[in-house]
Design a binder for this molecule. Structure first.
Ligand code: AHR
Length: 519
């Protein structure tokens, strides 16, 4: 009797373990990754974590600048909550004033006493520009948050003379009339300017030019990009839209030797169609996977332009920049231009895009997400005195450990995530080692239905400690609102276990971003 009970108990236990195993196999995808810590690659320049702030909608007015007399707490007119949030993610570089707006902007409108500055129509995006946020306000803002400054010059409706004067105003020390004018407007020392954009989207809103025409114009303008204080200014050529390699070939074949940075723009639209892009918030799994697939196209786009750059610049002197990237959805009724909510889907698109930049670290050494506040895939949304951090912000926060870290090569094998006819990798990753020797591994599980069990092997490094942070949420459509700001919020990650000799296992929840920190 006793024996038969024992037998029944053992049988029950065996069946139960089997059932758990089967259930687990069905619910978690098995994946393997080998990271070569002993074969360091190029440095991931922190400038790929750059931001873009265009004079448009509520991106700058209200989003960054509220003015010194505002009841919203501010530091010399910049809203304090936004400044604090941006400082926390170590924004390395900011691009301003556009975008399309750069090619209609005249810098003299934005200097001198604010009350006396002209009000101009914003022909690109609607509304008016009161010009209260001009050169002084931008350069001081960049200094305040500790970022490098990138100014886009007006080529489409400006002149080399207007551009050269602006550069002198910003960078001249000494006693030139423009330096004295800057001083009389309140800034004694010249600012440190880092990047100078020579036009924007010259193939489109920047003048609807043909590549050969722009290339000649670039040569002319670039000749007069000079810093009066002798500091280095990187000249940025307006490059291709997405995969337009004809533009890249046309510009580089004529102007490569005068180009320091060649910029490409690529936006992720769920539908891939500009007319009906798709909703930021009302979407299903088909839109989720389509958006991620479209974001992953960034890799092919960088390969295409990178190959042409390699032809004209095999030494990789020229930086390939993606100085506008991010998701772009249909506008929301009643909202300011290009305002959009930001969901867990945006967090994952940001994470895979940053992983792709890391993989191209040898050439891609500048990128600016579009945009910083209240416009497109922003870090922060504001509504008068209220502010909320977006899921994308949290990815930039998790990923800041990669700024200036050394990339590490790896192999990753994981089952694809498939929905209907659309297939994307189930997992997407990057790895790097920081200056203090710590290794960071970013792991994105694109599958919203299935966790992944990852066996991770580190070559040439046996960590003693593993910690990490996790970003996920209940739904693919989860967002942070002004009322409920913590719906998509990072938490401490405890799903990894060290197995010794540089091996660990990690469970990656469905639809998540994990950044592991190994010491
Ligand atoms: O980021 C919004 C707009 O997108 C920019 O002004 C323009 O350069 C691009 O087409």
């Amino acid at each position: 009797m006793k024996n038969s009970i024992r037998f029944a108990a053992i049988l029950f236990l065996a069946l139960a373990v089997g059932a758990v195993k089967t259930a687990f196999a069905a619910s978690a995808a098995e994946a393997q990754m080998v990271v070569h810590v002993d074969r360091p690659g190029p440095v991931i320049h922190r400038e790929v974590y750059g931001q873009f702030a265009e004079q448009l909608g509520r991106g700058i007015d209200e989003g960054i600048w509220v003015g010194v007399d505002s009841p919203i707490p501010n530091i010399r007119g910049y809203r304090k909550d936004v400044v604090d949030a941006l400082k926390a993610i170590h924004v390395p570089v900011i691009r301003w004033p556009g975008g399309c707006y750069a090619d209609e902007y005249h810098w003299r409108d934005g200097i001198g006493p604010r009350a006396q500055r002209p009000i101009r129509p914003n022909q690109s995006w609607g509304g008016e520009d009161r010009n209260v946020f001009g050169t002084h306000e931008f350069m001081d803002f960049a200094e305040l948050i500790g970022a490098e400054a990138y100014i886009g010059m007006n080529v489409g409706s400006g002149s080399p003379r207007e551009m050269a004067d602006w550069l002198e105003y910003v960078t001249a020390d000494g006693k030139s009339t423009l330096a004295l004018e800057r001083k009389s407007n309140g800034r004694d020392k010249p600012w440190k300017l880092d990047y100078v954009g020579v036009g924007n989207e010259a193939w489109g809103c920047g003048g609807h030019m043909r590549p050969a025409y722009y290339a000649d114009l670039y040569r002319q303008f670039a000749t007069f990009v000079r810093s009066s204080s002798g500091t280095a200014l990187a000249r940025v050529a307006s490059g291709a839209n997405a995969d337009d390699v004809v533009w890249t070939e046309g510009v580089l074949s004529v102007a490569a030797e005068l180009i320091d940075v060649y910029s490409v723009h690529y936006y992720t639209l769920p539908s891939g169609q500009w007319k009906h892009k798709g909703s930021a918030t009302a979407f299903g799994e088909a839109d989720w996977i389509a958006t991620l697939r479209n974001a992953l196209r960034m890799d092919a786009i960088l390969n295409m332009h990178g190959a042409i750059l390699d032809k004209y610049d095999p030494a990789k002197r020229i930086v390939l920049a993606v100085d506008e990237w991010g998701t772009w959805y249909d506008g929301e009724p009643g909202q300011s231009p290009l305002y959009q909510q930001n969901s867990l889907r945006d967090a994952l698109t940001a994470a895979v895009t940053l992983n792709i930049f890391h993989a191209h670290a040898d050439r891609v050494r500048l990128a600016n997400i579009a945009q910083m506040v209240n416009v497109l895939q922003s870090m922060v949304l504001t509504d008068h005195e209220k502010m909320v951090l977006t899921p994308t912000y949290h990815v930039f926060d998790l990923y800041k450990v990669f700024q200036d870290a050394t990339s590490l090569p790896f192999e990753l094998q994981a089952p694809d995530y498939v929905l209907g006819a659309v297939k994307v990798p189930g997992l997407h990753a990057s790895a790097a080692r920081d200056a203090s020797g710590g290794v960071h591994i970013a792991l994105v599980n694109l599958n919203p239905n299935q966790a992944a069990e990852l066996k991770l092997q580190l070559k040439g490094f046996a960590p003693k400690q593993v910690s990490g942070r996790l970003l996920t949420a209940a739904e693919i459509t989860s967002v942070n609102t002004f009322e409920k700001g913590g719906t998509v919020h990072p938490s401490a990650y405890s799903g990894a276990a060290l197995l010794g000799q540089g091996v660990l296992r990690a469970t990656l929840p469905a639809k998540s971003v994990v950044v592991l920190d190994l010491k």
